[in-house]
Each structure stands twice: as C-alpha cells, then as structure tokens.
Design a protein. Structure first.
Length: 164
C-alpha cells in the first residue's frame, strides 16, 4: 500500500470537491425552478454559471498534477443536496420555501468554502502556486455567493416566511 502523504490527501480531497461541484451543477437548476422570488431564481442561475467555471478550474488543477479529472463519491454533499431536495418537496408553495432554499444553498456554500480553503492551504504548503491561485479564485467566489445568499435571506426570504 502506498504511503499516505499530504499530496495524496490533496488529490483525494480534490476528487471529493470535483464530485461535489458536478452534483451541485445538477441541483442548481432544480433549486432555481423551485425558488419563488425572482432574485433567488437569478442567484441560483448565476451560481450555476459560476459552478461551471469552478469545475473548469478544478480540471486545470488536475492537469497541473498530471492526473485525470475524476470525482470520488462524497456522502457529505450527497446529504446536503438531499436535504435541499426535501425542502423543495416539503415546503413547496409555502411562504417558508425560499428561506429554506437559501438555508440549503448556504449549507452547500459552507461545505465548499471549507474544502476550497483547505485545498488552497495545502496547495501553498506543497508549493503548488498555480493550483493555489486557481483554488483561491474559487474560494473568493464561494464566499461572495454566501454573502449574497445572506443578503437575500435578511432582506426578503426570512421576512416573508415569518410574516406568513
């Protein structure tokens, strides 16, 4: 059995987040269709476009490693996405739907922020400057998306759910 190193861990985690991003790409259109507020639909559609870019950046990181881009099943993201789908089903047509969708989307963002932050740090420690730069770009975009979702929750979705 090959020795487990930080580089091995980096590659495994990269496969994990690659799988996650591809699953998120499939979930975002469902979230957009389910959202009631126009602003939330737009936020999900915008993030789908960003997520496509994130997948491309991950593919570039795999190339820098000389590895084939491939995912590794990630039960964490599967569970987070499943919870979002439950909210879509259980709160469909209710005033609380958008608040629930924002919550589900932020769970995804927080997962991604954690993964990209860790990968960037490891890339820096491993001397992978180009990979660290790519991962840092995505990390910044994930944080911006999280902030935008917080603003949507605070300015509309939570108030609508509370008022019902």
């Amino acid at each position: 059995m090959a020795e487990k190193t930080l580089e091995t861990l980096f590659h495994d985690t990269l496969k994990d987040v690659y799988y996650a991003e591809r699953k998120i790409l499939k979930a975002l259109p469902k979230m957009a269709r389910g959202a009631q507020a126009k602003e939330l639909k737009s936020a999900f559609e915008k993030h789908k476009d960003e997520t496509e870019t994130h997948v491309e950046r991950l593919q570039q990181v795999f190339e820098l490693l000389g590895k084939r881009a491939q995912g590794k099943t990630c039960p964490a993201i599967d569970g987070i996405i499943e919870e979002g789908e439950e909210i879509l089903d259980e709160y469909k047509g209710s005033a609380a739907l958008d608040a629930g969708l924002v919550s589900a989307a932020q769970a995804v963002e927080h997962y991604e922020i954690t993964r990209y932050g860790t990968l960037r740090r490891w890339a820096e420690e491993l001397g992978m400057k180009d990979a660290a730069k790519l991962l840092s770009q995505t990390l910044a975009e994930e944080a911006q998306t999280d902030e935008a979702l917080t603003a949507l929750a605070e300015t509309a979705a939570n108030q609508k759910a509370k008022a019902a």
